[in-house]
Write a protein that binds this ligand. Structure first.
Ligand code: AMP
Length: 410
């Protein structure tokens, strides 16, 4: 008997971690998920959860995982224990989250040797993430050479930006010679959330203008007109834009010259300062919004100021993207902070009534994992919370590209 292979393994390889989910695309259900953390250290940890209609079973194992190659082997071993390994005939493809597709790779792409060469060329545009992404794809190809490996790019959704939005106002030749432009990131999330927001409004995405605020440890905003991204806050790298957990977001570029010339810092030190020691953690020592709220409630002034700076920047982007879009149908909050921190949503929208924005206090404080509207019924602009699901989006894009292409004996 012949059956279709319907499972997609989604791999999200970060600088020191690999997150994974195995989905069955017949009904988008999750069969297993897990995380390999602290790769390259002695105390690496693997957490694996198997999901069945009857419930879930969690396992944990500790011990060194040397690199991303070994991490993926561990993932395959864990999946194999439940008969779901990389060698399983029901596996249709692996979908890889890849940080950067540059201007060359704008759609989900089946990885070939040529694509691998392009990814290698793009490596300098994502020095933290690209090596891990590339290692993940390489190992998966080695483990199952016959299996389609699909790369889904964090930059892809933003390639519809018009040139006046993506081009920086610097010398054109210098910019083009070094591929300097705004690329934008979190694209999979912005795509998924803006489409779900249109569904929540009961309207066709092609008719709806949405501002998406992806507020996680990394944070970015996007302006989406009729389903197409027209502007986004992250730039050449994920450093630009909103205040984030550890990144500064927008800053006068001259601050970097000043740090080099006057403070005597090296380029690597400045990179580290702006990417890892800035944002909320730089301002108050904590990057977790829960802890910051707790400190504010205890009267901590530094935490209060960090929160106010975070909110001020967010408001500026809501205002800017209202101007970019002209008509806004919805402002949507997503990711760790956006989905959970009612105080952030309330503060970001406070005072923006002239733009048609308001939240209903009772709706805003309901805790729920569902997509929901939090503005009053008579509001001109819908304010909503839409939990993001990057893994599902990657699985769906992977399945759309290769689904039905392979059959297996069952
Ligand atoms: P993410 O990168 O999307 O996983 O988001 C992680 C961030 O979400 C954390 O650093 C916290 O700041 C924030 N977060 C997670 N849960 C909550 C919560 N219940 N309340 C407020 N912030 C939260």
């Amino acid at each position: 008997m012949t059956a279709h292979a319907t499972r997609v393994l989604v791999l999200n390889s970060g600088s020191s971690s690999v997150k994974y989910q195995l989905l069955d695309m017949r009904d988008s259900s999750r069969l297993a998920l897990g995380l390999v953390e602290r790769i390259g250290e002695q105390d690496s940890r693997v957490t694996h959860t198997t999901l069945t209609p009857e419930g879930s079973e969690k396992r944990e194992r500790k011990g060194p995982v040397a690199d991303h190659t070994e991490a993926l082997k561990v993932v395959s071993e864990e999946l194999s224990r439940d008969g779901l390994g990389l060698d399983s005939p029901e596996l249709l493809a692996v979908g890889h989250r890849v940080l950067h597709g540059g201007i060359e790779l704008t759609d989900p792409t089946v990885v070939t040797d040529e694509v691998m060469a392009t990814l290698e060329r793009l490596r300098p545009l994502g020095p933290l993430h690209m090596p891990a992404n590339i290692a993940g794809i390489r190992t998966a190809r080695e483990l199952r050479p016959d299996l389609p490996q699909v790369a889904v790019f964090d930059t892809a959704f933003h390639t519809t930006m018009p040139e006046y939005a993506y081009r920086y106002a610097i010398d054109v030749e210098t910019a083009d010679a070094h591929r300097i432009r705004r690329y934008g990131f979190h694209g999979t999330s912005h795509a998924y959330v803006s489409r779900r927001a249109a569904e929540l409004l009961g309207r066709d995405p092609a008719e709806v203008n949405v501002i998406v605020l992806h507020l996680g440890n990394g944070a970015s905003a996007s302006a989406v007109a009729g389903g197409r991204c027209v502007d986004t806050s992250m730039g050449l790298t994920p450093l630009e834009g909103l205040v984030m957990g550890t990144r500064s977001g927008d800053i006068d570029p001259a601050v970097t010259f000043h740090l080099k010339r006057v403070a005597g810092m090296s380029v690597d030190e400045i990179d580290e300062l702006l990417n890892k020691k800035s944002g909320l953690v730089g301002l108050c020592g904590d990057n977790d919004m829960r802890e910051i709220r707790r400190r504010i409630d205890a009267g901590d002034e530094r935490a209060r100021l960090a929160f106010d700076i975070y909110i001020h920047r967010l408001k500026k982007y809501i205002g800017a993207y209202s101007a970019v879009l002209g008509r806004v149908d919805a402002v949507v909050f997503t990711a760790g902070v956006g989905e959970n921190a009612a105080e952030v949503r309330e503060a970001a929208v406070a005072g923006l009534e002239p733009l048609g924005l308001a939240v209903d206090a009772a709706r805003n404080t309901v805790r729920s994992g569902e997509a929901r509207i939090i503005s009053p019924d008579d509001a001109r602009v819908v304010v909503a919370v839409v939990p993001t699901d990057e893994e599902l989006e990657i699985a769906q894009q992977t399945f759309a590209l290769v689904g039905g292409a392979r059959t297996v004996d069952a």
